[in-house]
Design a protein around this ligand. Structure first.
Ligand code: HPA
Ligand code: ZN
Length: 346
């Protein structure tokens, strides 16, 4: 099989993105534009200097930059522009559905109203549906380096807006902040009918994945790549069809893996785990959806069946209605068959 031909397949398949922090889609150019608009002085001379600072040792060194970068987001229009830019960029990669994280605590701690954040993001997502046909879900993340009490306070603030949120997540520094720290908060979210996901097994141990499943009762695991350290857990993920939202270029940039060809994504896929591919914080990690898939195709030697399976999984793992999942999966099957016929004819 001609590898370039598989790259075409990657580009034309419809895909769902399930692990995307909207604040992580803030490109340096927009960071400078918004800083100027809001009269904020950035500690970098220009876009090039900022981009040059994107050399991370680990998750925390990235988070330090990511939180300070988010300080340029002030008005509803800023959150709109940020979200709209992501939707347009994802649409160019044939992402037809996105389940998007936002971190309200990063903004409310700076005195930005919860409604300002939510209104800007929601308005862009409504426009993305109307103008690009792109569907979405919104997931409110709690920052795990903060306390459970602060999480409860955020949930309280979000209370009038819960109808506009589709679920909750858990992100930020994983080490020393285990899922058990948020047991009561996630129990409350469940009682409110909010499904949950959590980052686990990115830098934290495999036991954090088990705890996210058993204590927080999450529907999906974000990252989860350290599951391989526990073969029983890999078996459980496959058997119970618990999806992983894997972010290969993120893992590379944050030294979760030393080289992309050492990534366990393909092994997990072949072990029957519902693996999906996502961009996490594309402005910081050097790529959007297709960049991640193309890099994995090159480094891991993904073939056409792998690529089709990953696209199918992205809808399987999504929170779309069953009939919409089936519709997209039928579409993937049709496009893949047409593509194969074209290859044979050449
Ligand atoms: N891990 C944890 N928290 C995050 C990440 C991540 O990869 N990206 C943005 N917040
Ligand atoms: Zn993430």
């Amino acid at each position: 099989m001609n590898p370039q031909a598989i790259d075409d397949l990657i580009r034309i398949l419809p895909k769902a993105e399930l692990h995307l922090h909207i604040e992580g889609s803030l490109e340096p150019e927009m960071m400078f534009r918004l800083a100027e608009r809001n009269h904020i002085k950035l500690p970098y001379a220009n876009v090039e200097a900022l981009r040059a600072a994107y050399q991370f040792e680990d998750l925390q060194s990235f988070l330090d930059l990511y939180y300070s970068g988010a300080s340029v987001l002030v008005t509803e229009q800023d959150f709109y522009d940020l979200t709209w830019a992501y939707c347009e960029r994802a649409h160019a990669d044939n992402v037809v559905h996105a389940e998007i994280f936002f971190d309200p605590q990063t903004h409310t701690a700076r005195g930005i109203a919860f409604a300002t954040v939510l209104d800007g993001i929601s308005r862009a997502l409504t426009d993305a549906h109307r103008k690009l046909g792109m569907t979405s879900r919104l997931i409110m993340c709690f920052l795990r380096h903060l306390s459970e009490e602060e999480g409860f306070a955020t949930l309280e603030t979000a209370f009038p807006y819960l109808k506009r949120l589709h679920g909750v997540g858990l992100d930020s520094g994983e080490k020393g902040n285990p899922p058990a720290k948020f047991a009561r908060l996630f129990e409350r979210c469940r009682a409110l009918g909010l499904p949950a996901v959590a980052h686990a097994g990115e830098e934290g141990p495999a036991s954090y994945i088990v705890d996210a499943l058993d204590i927080l009762q999450v529907k999906r695991i974000d990252h989860g790549v350290r599951c391989s350290e526990d073969p029983d857990l890999v078996h459980r993920l496959a058997h119970e069809k618990i999806p992983l939202t894997v972010c290969p270029l993120s893992n590379l940039k944050l030294n979760v893996v030393t080289r992309l060809d050492a990534h366990n994504l393909r092994d997990l896929l072949h072990a029957g785990v519902c693996v999906t591919v996502n961009s996490d914080d594309p402005a910081y990690f050097g790529g959007y959806m297709n960049d991640n898939l193309l890099a994995c195709r090159v480094s891991l030697g993904l073939n056409d069946d792998d690529v089709v399976q990953i696209a199918m999984n992205s809808f399987e793992a999504s929170w779309l209605r069953d009939d919409d999942k089936t519709r997209w999966q039928d579409e993937i099957g049709r496009i893949a068959l047409e593509w194969e016929n074209r290859q044979e004819a050449q």
